[in-house]
Design a binder for this molecule. Structure first.
Ligand SMILES: C[S@@+](CC[C@H](N)C(=O)[O-])C[C@H]1O[C@@H](n2cnc3c(N)ncnc32)[C@H](O)[C@@H]1O
Length: 243
């Protein structure tokens, strides 16, 4: 296993184990009304509802449980055992299960695919942190799990996110609120996702729809509004054989 795989997994495990231990605030854990419920109409009609839906990089299952109201079978997967334990404890439902799975280890996606077959995929905020090589692995894992029938919806922080975060750091002049500080100093690497990235990372996929949005956060700005990080979303499926 490459060192940066271990770094990624351990940075996230450290983030989630602290969250579990201290009930620390989680920056992106907004109500589903401001996240998955806004995403849902963008993909619901495209997805075969009898395929399972995988929430990839599900964290503590905050959005997963909402998605379970709309699909017969939902599975949340995450690299962090502490995140999965939190999800099992706090966001369970009869049609939901949670598993530890590392997107960078393709054999894990292949094993899950042999077990459950093709799946639809929802993934929020999980891909931006990876470098180019890791993104390719992440995308291959999604590709294996989706197969020919699965639809992939992903939403992640976009190109303008880094200047947005920089403006927050400047605004708080070194005294960052806890939820921001925990993310910005976690060792989790930063990045963004753009339309150009999607074309490079998913060469075998067609983009059914895409657009700009925000990742709504729980952080309340001095003006009373929630901080909203610029984001990009895309809906993908394996390109149809044109021959
Ligand atoms: C910003 S959080 C978003 C969590 C959740 N999707 C949400 O919106 O509430 C990113 C999640 O991706 C997970 N993650 C990071 N690297 C991963 C990997 N290699 N495989 C699977 N999940 C990963 C993290 O543990 C974390 O829970």
């Amino acid at each position: 296993m490459a060192k940066n795989n271990i770094d990624n997994a351990s940075a996230w495990e450290s983030y989630w184990s602290t969250a579990a231990l201290k009930s620390a605030p989680i920056l992106w854990n907004c109500e589903p009304a401001f996240a998955a419920a806004i995403d849902l109409p963008r993909f619901l009609d495209w997805m075969e509802r009898d395929l399972p839906l995988i929430d990839f990089g599900c964290g503590d299952g905050n959005q997963t449980r909402f998605l379970a109201n709309h699909f017969l079978r939902v599975m949340g997967v995450d690299v962090s055992p502490s995140a999965v334990a939190l999800a099992q404890a706090n966001n369970n439902a009869p049609n939901v299960e949670y598993r530890v799975l590392d997107a960078l280890l393709l054999e894990q996606a292949a094993a899950l695919h042999s077990e459950i077959g093709n799946a639809n995929i929802y993934t929020r905020g999980a891909m931006h942190q990876f470098d180019r090589e890791q993104r390719t692995l992440f995308a291959r894992s999604l590709e294996v799990l989706a197969g020919k029938e699965g639809i992939i919806y992903l939403i992640d922080i976009g190109y303008e996110a880094s200047s947005y975060f920089a403006s927050l750091v400047e605004m708080y002049a070194g005294k960052l609120p806890e939820e921001l500080e925990r993310v910005l100093k976690s060792g989790i690497s930063k990045g963004s996702l753009t339309r150009e990235d999607i074309a490079t990372i998913f060469p075998n996929f067609e983009v059914l729809a895409d657009g700009e949005d925000v990742i709504h956060t729980i952080h309340i700005l001095p003006n009373g509004e929630n901080a909203k990080v610029p984001a990009y979303y895309a809906l993908l499926r394996q390109a149809r054989d044109r021959s």
